[in-house]
Design a protein around this ligand. Structure first.
Ligand code: F6R
Length: 239
């Protein structure tokens, strides 16, 4: 595991992009995350693409998760997030992008299809944020490390943290999500985890400094992965 600390999210995101670019080629497959953590990295991707330095024409992507209970085109759906923050600004083909369909009429069937797609995906680089409780994707504490794509009940702390995207009203935050499982995440060739702000300090300590690997702090499983970059700002640093 490589652990890198920077003064700011901006500096960390620049370095994350350098690392990402060193790990991918023109037809790589990316695992993508939403939320606040990857937005600086997405800005770097867009800037470098617009400068003519990298084309996503043959890149495929698979997102970690999507809320259940809000529509596909809700402004805070993760489909919409990806369009607004990345896909609309690069030359990736829409049909090569995949976000779980959590508003499907037959949700079980949608989960099965996403699992099948992931089984064939061979993700080269998986981007991750981390919850203050250590969740990765929306695999909340207590999730078996052996889980694939599933529906999850979001923990209260996750609902509260994400209320900042929903007018700070926890009643507007979806209570469930579809997520890749830990098993799916661990299959990626390389993982880049980003964490910014003091609220992430405990999760980062558990991941980087503590010995224990426990389903109660899902990110700790990453200690078993052969190629992980943990990139944080100084507020999230545990030292
Ligand atoms: C998002 C995801 C979540 C977030 C985590 C941190 O696709 O899977 O695990 O990465 O909740 O969220 P932010 O980055 O908003 O602090």
């Amino acid at each position: 595991m490589k652990y890198l600390v920077f003064d700011s999210k901006q500096e960390a995101s620049k370095e994350a992009y350098k690392i990402l670019k060193s790990l991918i080629i023109e037809n790589s497959t990316l695992g993508l995350a939403t939320g606040g953590s990857p937005t600086g990295l997405y800005a770097e991707i867009i800037a470098d693409h617009k400068a003519g330095n990298f084309s996503y024409k043959n890149v495929r992507s698979y997102n970690l998760d999507e809320y259940v209970g809000i529509s596909y085109d809700h402004p805070e759906s993760y489909h919409k997030f990806m369009e607004t923050n990345l896909f609309d600004h690069i030359d990736i083909e829409k049909e090569n992008t995949h976000v779980p369909d959590a508003s499907a009429e037959d949700l079980e069937d949608a989960l099965k299809s996403y699992q099948e797609a992931l089984n064939d995906a061979n993700i080269d680089v998986q981007l991750l944020g981390v919850g203050s409780n250590g969740h990765i994707g929306f695999n909340e504490p207590g999730t078996s490390f052996d889980t694939g794509v599933h529906i999850v009940d979001l923990k209260q702390e996750t609902i509260e943290a994400n209320s900042r995207f929903f007018n700070n009203d926890i009643n507007l935050v979806p209570k469930q999500a579809v997520t890749m499982g830990i098993k799916d995440i661990m299959k990626a060739k390389h993982i880049i985890l980003l964490a910014f702000g003091k609220a992430k300090q405990d999760a980062i300590r558990s991941l980087v400094a503590d010995e224990e690997i426990t389903e109660n702090i899902p990110c700790t499983i990453l200690k078993n992965h052969p190629s992980v970059y943990v990139i944080v700002d100084k507020e999230a640093d545990f030292k």
